[in-house]
Ligand binder design. Sequence first.
Ligand SMILES: [Zn+2]
Length: 295
Amino acid sequence: MGPEGSGSLALAVAYAQYINCEHRTDEDSCGQCPSCRKYEKLIHPDLHFSYPFFPTKELAVATDVLKEWREAFLTNPYLGMDYWRDRLDAGNKQANIPIKEAHDIIKKLSLKAYEAEYKVLIMWLPEYLDKEGNALLKLIEEPPAKTLFLLVAENQEKILNTIISRTQLVKINKVSHEEITNYLVEKHSLPHNEAREIAFIADGNIQDALNLLQNKEHSSNFQLFVEWLRTIVTDRGSDLIRISEERLASLGRENQKSFILYAINMIRQIILMQQGLKNLVFLREEELKFVEKFK
Ligand SMILES: [Zn+2]
């Protein structure tokens, strides 16, 4: 159990890899043995995944989008549901872990392990299991020998109680500002002050940090925010509708989220500036000029 962007899914995969590593040490898996190599590409035959997807006639079970799943996780192991939705081009469709998927899990786990000591099933976001999740209760309570069932969830209150009561809970904290800052500096070569600013806004969610980073690269949020705010303060309703319908609607879900996060932060900065708390404000030069004027 860990909030979005906390790396709990990556941790579950790393744990399963460790359990099955042929030369594991006290600290980590070796990363070299045949098992580790397959794990690192998510192609180990005894590693199974289940996750919400968007069922259609052609897509009945999670493995029907396994290729997309592997690509999504390997590109971004901190992925959130909206990121996954965008990868599947799902628009506003309803995500689900349907009953057919539950049956497929039971079938997969009843087979003998191909080569590993432990068969592993990692279910991402069991919150999306509706009543059909009850089909899995027996399996979760008494899994076949040497079978690990790892549920990676974000919100305990949205999981069936019957499932919760059969699991052992491990809580994962959100990532600290400092860790996100270091991650952005080391992995994305961002200057320290910009990394710190993003870490501050993302507040422990690496997925949000990556969205903000991407947006920074496009750097369009500032212009759009200024235009949007100007139509509001000058009471130009029809322009406001035009911006919403033409510009914001065409951004796509991830960019919209990132725009909203950006706008919230900018408004916060404006309020801080009004209160004379200038030293708390970290902004780029053009943003700082705008905030100073607008306050
Ligand atoms: Zn290994």
